[in-house]
Structures are given as structure tokens and as C-alpha cells.
Design a protein. Sequence first.
Length: 252
Amino acid sequence: MAAILQIDKLSKQYADGTAALHDVTFSLEPGEFVAVIGPSGAGKSTLLRCINRLVEPTEGSVLFDDIHSDKANRRQVQQLRRQVGMIFQGYNLVERVSVLHNVLHGRLGYMDPIRGALGLFSNHDKQEAKALLVRLGLEQQIYKRADELSGGQQQRVGIARALCQKPKLMLADEPIASLDPLTSKVIMDYLYRICREDGIACMVNLHQVDVAKSYATRIIGMHKGKIVFNGRPDELTDEAIAHIYGGSPVKE
Ligand SMILES: Nc1ncnc2c1ncn2[C@@H]1O[C@H](COP(=O)(O)OP(=O)(O)OP(=O)(O)O)[C@@H](O)[C@H]1O
């Protein structure tokens, strides 16, 4: 199957000289659910953000569905961002507006900017946004303000907003880091099930190895800006985990 995402020799050095990514190469096939694990500072967030150009890579290329992100013009970056949904640890909702409006923000990339700024969403978009909220078990919360919701409910709104973009790829940057274990399971169950049902490829940064092992179809392990593991969950041995988190060499 043709890759939906092809990352080649990607490196990122921040302005202060921090080398966050070094020579990262991998590809993602449609429908894969990939967990990215690694210690704090390994470069997981930088990697995700280089994919949708929230961070400019220093070297290397990102090819997403025929768009060379590194060479893309403004129109192509906009096209890329429409097709790549993003879920954040802190949910990134507009707190004082309704849950429905937050979800509709996922349509802004498809709209005339003036209609978008005025909040003139079509009835079709509103129906789709409501259907997504029902799918995420939030039918009672549709007209509430976002800041009236619990953390787990807010993250479900974040997922609905990303789905409203009709993405081909979902990037989730530590989506459960601020949630308790029970709520984390609910969020991971929704994210996994919906991505699998809708054929959306997903890359999710996680701190919890056990969570990565129970959901991912593939795991990428990072250490100091490099990929040091790329394999199936059953290949992630204790030794491989020690290598990712401690940098010890993997025996051949
Ligand atoms: N804007 C920035 N400017 C300078 N250095 C940065 C910036 N953002 C991240 N870094 C550095 O780049 C490295 C990788 O950071 P990144 O946030 O990508 O790692 P991470 O694996 O996602 O970490 P965590 O799990 O703690 O979120 C770290 O050394 C970090 O301090």
C-alpha cells in the first residue's frame, strides 16, 4: 500500500541550538495507528509539529499525500493542515464558546475566511458537527460552554473538532497526559475506534508504554531526537524499552 506519510532524513535545530530531531526517517501507511514513545525531550512533539508545519524543519523532507510539506506554498500548507487533524494535551478549545462552535472550528480551513470569522457555518456543517458529538457521547453537552466540561469531555470535543476537518491523518500530542487512568482509557478507546472505523491514520505521542502497547499497531521509540525503535508492539521487549528510555544498546 502507498504510504500516506513519508518522512526522510528530518532534522530540527531550534534557534537556541537545541538539536531536537536528527535524521528521522519513517513512513506511515493509511489506517495505521502508531504510538510514539520516548523520554521527555526526546523530540516527540517536535516530530509531530514538523509534519503539519507548526514547526519548520531544518533539514529533510515530509511528504504527505503528494504534498511536499517542506516545499509547500501557503495554499498547499493550508491544504495539508485541513487534512491533518491535531489533538493537544491541553485540548486548545475556545473556552467561552459552545461545544458545537468549537467543533465547527474544524471546518474553518474549508471556508471563506470572512464567513468563518463571522461564524456563518452551513446547516450541513452543523449537522455533521452534531453527529460527531453524538458519536463521542456528548449529545447532552452540545450547547454548553466548553469550559463547563470536564477534562475528558473537553478532550472528546478536541477529537470531534479534529474529525470535523475530515482528516486523512490524525496527530495526537500526549492526548491523555492531563487525565486520570479511567478517563485516559475512554479517550484512547474513542480515538482508536474512530480512526480505525474511518480509516484515518493516527500518530499519537504517549508517555505510557503500557497504553502504547495496548492500542498501537506499530510503535516508534525516540531517544535524543533519533528513532531507536520502529516495530510491532510484541517486538517491544524490556530491553528495547530500556534502550528507548535509557539509551542502552539493543543486543543483536
Ligand atoms: N521552541 C523551542 N525552542 C528551543 N528548544 C525547544 C523548543 N521546543 C522544544 N525544544 C527542545 O527540543 C527538545 C525536544 O523537545 P520536544 O518537546 O519535541 O520533546 P518531547 O519528546 O515531546 O518531550 P515531552 O515528552 O517532555 O513533551 C527538548 O530538548 C526541548 O527542550
